[in-house]
Design a protein around this ligand. Structure first.
Ligand code: ADP
Length: 678
């Protein structure tokens, strides 16, 4: 340390300091020298050319070396760097810049590398040494901030994060006074930092939610934390903003809770998305239920009414009119109307005033039209012709019309919806109405087809009824003539031909009767004539008659009762018995007998017609009672597949069922019951 002492004796530092502190005594000056030498802060000085002429122990320790006299310039370190890590020329060292350019750069940071390759971050505080008003050199104080750097870096990093965060990060005292406010808070709530610092946090809280703040503060004061609490806050412009809050306590160095930090995340977007999702689910539900209601019926009038009712209700319209075209091209009198929110009289006035041509012209339009404000919208052509007339009946400010177009692209209708207030129909309403229109198109298309088929069916039934009547008259006369001939004829051979012809005519009569019965039944005109009669007596008569017309099978009646009084339509039950017995004979060609079994119980008689013929498998049994169904395609066995269909319907009119038990190759049993009349 001899070098340092010598230099202290010879340098101008002491004088300089003494001059600056002229009121300090010489003994104080000595103590000052000693203090500088022994100071833990690195201090050194140089002449005006930068050659170091004084340094203390702390400086040597910091540099990791002692500078050499007349050699080391500006700084005792060889390698210096700027804070960004770039090497720095020695004459760019702050002390040099200070002396050469006179620029005061106090507290500038530099990094030095020491001989042992360790680094130190320093803050430099250069000062000139002036003698006789002339700068003769400078001294420099070096503050080692290496230890502080990680903390500082962390702090500045945190500050940067807070500043760049999208969330509002706010701190406040326990009394609610805002003490910090980041850019995110400014963006979300609209207040600048300078506007809001010092204000109470309540400025952001809606009146109705002020209690939340007290609850939060009391929880925070007890060391608690609030995590993702969803609520609302008020922005500077008065907008209500949905936020998710996380609040944590702020503690002082002694661990005392002195405030709270609050992170507020703007969840408007999230809420909007949730709302949109909810809305679209809701819309789907509505459409689904409307779809169900519409397609449940095949009757056009009901569909039209349901469609317009649903559209009016769902869109919130005050009036709705469905114009439906029954023909392919709009023509006069081909239109049907259904309406909602209007009485029949009101609609009639509207119709008379506007005229049918106007409605036809609406039908020709295939576009969707939505007018939010009727008075201001230039697209009035839809309603120009008669708007003044229509408006007097239906006051309209909002208007919406959607086409009902079927798969072929043909427009079969148009729904017109209106409301007396403006801005009533949104895009969502439009979307809903368009979708209902689509569903209506499908349902109406089906209903149209159904109506066409129905009409064809009606024509067919009319034809059968007419043909049956026309055939019956010549048949009855032919039968009469043959019966007369049979009585007159003596020749046995001719007699047998006449008898056979009469049997064939009888079969023809049964077929015609069946056809007529069916057309009557389909038209709902087959009425029963219910009265008590003896079933056993009827069965004996039927079997007796059959013995004459068919001679191949014995018909055996099994019954131990003398009388079986039932209540039913005797003529129709006779028809049922004849059908079942004729089938039993027809479909058991190899058998010799057919049995009729009568079983009496407390309140009913069960009739079983049993044969030992070809039988039926499961599939045939399932189809047996359908109209025109024939299980056997054998054309040698006559029949039209109508007998069992009629039989089942006659029994159904009696509120009874017919059952079949059958096995292929073994035979069949058809059974039904009738209630006893006593
Ligand atoms: P069909 O005029 O053809 O006899 P039905 O309606 O009386 O018409 O009978 C329908 C079909 O059921 C018949 O074509 C026949 O294939 C079958 N069927 C009816 N009764 C019997 C039976 N007892 N045994 C076997 N098959 C039968």
């Amino acid at each position: 340390m001899g070098l340092q002492r010598d230099r202290i004796a010879s340098n101008n530092l002491k004088k300089n300091n003494l001059e600056q502190k002229s009121n300090i005594s010489t003994s104080t000056g000595y103590r000052f020298d000693h203090m500088v030498t022994a100071s833990p802060v690195a201090v050194y000085s140089c002449d005006k050319d930068g050659y170091i002429n004084f340094f203390n122990d702390a400086a040597v320790e910091l540099w990791g070396r002692a500078p050499e006299a007349g050699k080391d310039q500006w700084c005792g370190s060889w390698k210096i760097f700027s804070p960004d890590g770039k090497p720095m020329e020695i004459d760019k060292f702050p002390l040099a810049v200070y002396l050469k350019e006179g620029k005061a750069i106090k507290g500038e940071e530099i990094i030095i590398e020491r001989p042992d390759n360790t680094f130190r971050t320093l803050r430099v505080f250069p000062c000139p040494i002036i003698e006789n008003e002339e700068v003769v050199g400078a001294y420099n104080t070096l503050v080692d901030v290496t230890q502080l750097m990680p903390d500082l870096e962390k702090q500045s990093m945190l500050a940067a994060i807070v500043e760049s965060s999208d969330d509002a990060i706010i701190s406040k005292t326990l009394e609610g006074i805002i003490t910090s406010w980041n850019k995110g808070a400014e963006r979300i709530f609209g207040y600048t930092e300078s506007e809001i610092l010092g204000e109470n946090i309540q400025i952001l809280i809606p009146d109705a939610l002020l209690h939340e703040e007290n609850e939060m503060i009391s929880s925070i004061s007890n060391g608690g934390k609030i995590d993702h609490f969803d609520t609302y806050r008020i922005a500077k412009n008065g907008a209500k903003i949905p936020v998710s809050l996380t609040v944590s306590p702020i503690k002082d160095q002694k661990g005392m809770i002195i405030g709270a930090s609050k992170i507020a995340r703007d969840i408007s977007e999230q809420i909007n998305k949730e709302k949109a999702l909810q809305q679209s689910t809701q819309r789907l539900k509505i459409l689904n239920s409307v779809g169900k209601i519409i397609s449940e019926k095949l009757d056009i009038k009901t569909i039209l009414q349901r469609v317009i009712d649903a559209s009016t209700r769902i869109t919130g319209a005050s009036h709705g009119i469905f114009i439906y075209n029954t023909l392919e091209a709009p023509e006069k009198s081909s239109l049907r109307f259904t309406y909602s929110g209007l009485t029949e009289d009101e609609f009639q006035i509207l119709y008379d005033q506007c005229g049918e041509d106007f409605f036809i012209s609406l039908l020709e339009k295939k576009d969707v039209l939505r007018i939010t404000n009727f008075e201001k919208d230039p697209r009035l052509d839809e309603v120009t012709v008669s708007n003044s007339k229509a408006l007097s009946i239906i006051p309209t400010a909002s208007y919406m019309a959607v086409p009902v177009v079927i798969g072929s692209g043909e427009s079969i209708g148009r729904m017109c919806l209106s409301h007396h207030e403006p801005n009533m129909f949104t895009e969502t309403h439009e979307e809903l109405a368009v979708n209902i229109g689509r569903q209506a198109a499908v349902a109406l298309d089906h209903a149209r087809l159904f109506e066409e088929i129905q009409a064809m069916n009606d024509r067919k039934d009319e034809f059968i009824a007419m043909a049956g009547h026309e055939l019956r008259t010549p048949l009855t006369s032919a039968k009469g003539y043959l019966q007369m001939l049979e009585m007159l004829e003596k020749d046995n051979m001719s007699k047998s031909f006449i008898e056979k012809s009469l049997i064939q005519l009888e079969k023809l009569k049964v077929l015609i009767d069946d056809l007529l019965d069916i057309s009557q039944m389909e038209a709902g005109q087959l009425h029963l004539d219910i009265a008590p009669f003896d079933l056993r007596q009827l069965i004996l008569e039927v079997t007796e008659n059959m013995r004459y017309s068919q001679k191949t099978h014995a018909i055996i009646v099994e019954s131990d009762k003398l009388q079986l009084p039932v209540k039913a339509d005797r003529r129709r039950i006779e028809q049922v018995l004849i059908n079942l017995l004729t089938n039993a004979v027809k479909y058991s060609p190899d058998a010799e007998e057919v049995r009729v079994i009568l079983e009496k119980s407390a309140d009913k008689v069960v009739v079983i017609v049993k044969d030992f013929g070809i039988g039926l498998n499961r599939e045939k049994r399932q189809n047996l009672f359908k109209r025109f169904y024939r299980a056997e395609k054998d054309s040698r066995v006559s029949g039209m597949g109508l007998g069992l269909y009629l039989t089942r319907n006659i029994l159904e009119l009696h509120k009874q069922e017919i059952h079949v038990h059958s096995e292929p190759g073994k035979g069949s049993e058809f059974s039904f019951s009738l209630p006893l009349s006593e």
